[in-house]
Design a binder for this molecule. Structure first.
Ligand SMILES: [Zn+2]
Length: 214
């Protein structure tokens, strides 16, 4: 389950209005809400998710960010409590993931603007932040962008955990990360399409297994 939001399309964007998709599937339009700065519903039906302050605080502090994804992914919780930082391990992700991911030590649900501001402060100008014993927040330019980033971050964490279990990691050097970042094309379209296909295949498999078990 993930909560994805997009900033308002207004050229003078502020945190005063942003559509909020409280859906498990980012390409579904189910559950779309437009929220105001204080979590008030401007359009759509339903109650806003309790952790909306994560999103509004980040839009307020990061004018370069157009989409925010918050999830309670398993590996982000592991690294949020580990003494081992979540470090970049994929060269091809270096254009956006080339630094250790910080941990916000705030405890509990991020349900107030003060808590949201603390998350935004730890995020800084980075691409992601882990929330201690809670999950992660990833920022980017679009729903597709943050979805790909969140999946890659989770898989990078799993890969790093495997490397540590094998006895150690020969980390990418700053020079290697710089080289990867400078030579890798920007954009996630291919990965997005791959993830969509992977999701469709998984859905089919689950449906087939349900049929067999009936
Ligand atoms: Zn949460």
């Amino acid at each position: 389950m993930a909560l994805v939001t997009l900033a308002s399309e207004s050229p003078t964007r502020t945190a005063s209005s942003f559509p909020l998709a409280g859906a498990t599937c980012p390409h579904s339009h189910q559950g779309l809400l437009r929220l105001g700065e204080t979590g008030n519903v401007l359009a759509g039906e339903g109650r806003p998710p309790v952790e909306w302050p994560i999103h509004s605080s980040i839009y307020r502090s990061r004018p370069d960010v157009n989409a925010v994804l918050h999830s309670h992914s398993p590996m982000s919780k592991v690294f949020s409590l580990s003494s081992q930082p979540l470090q970049p391990v994929y060269g091809i992700s270096a254009p956006w993931l080339s630094r250790d991911i910080p941990v916000c030590r705030l405890l509990g649900i991020v349900a107030t603007e003060d808590a949201g501001a603390q998350v935004a402060a730890v995020l800084g100008d980075g691409p992601a932040v882990l929330l201690r014993a809670h999950g992660s927040v990833v920022v980017g330019s679009s729903v597709e962008d943050v979805t790909v980033r969140a999946v890659v971050l989770e898989r990078a964490a799993a890969a790093l955990q495997q490397m540590l279990a094998m006895g150690g990691v020969q980390h990418l050097t700053p020079e290697e990360l710089t080289n990867w970042a400078e030579t890798t094309p920007e954009g996630h379209q291919k990965t997005w399409e791959f993830l969509l296909e992977e999701s469709r295949l998984l859905s089919k498999r689950v449906a087939r297994e349900r049929e067999w078990n009936q």
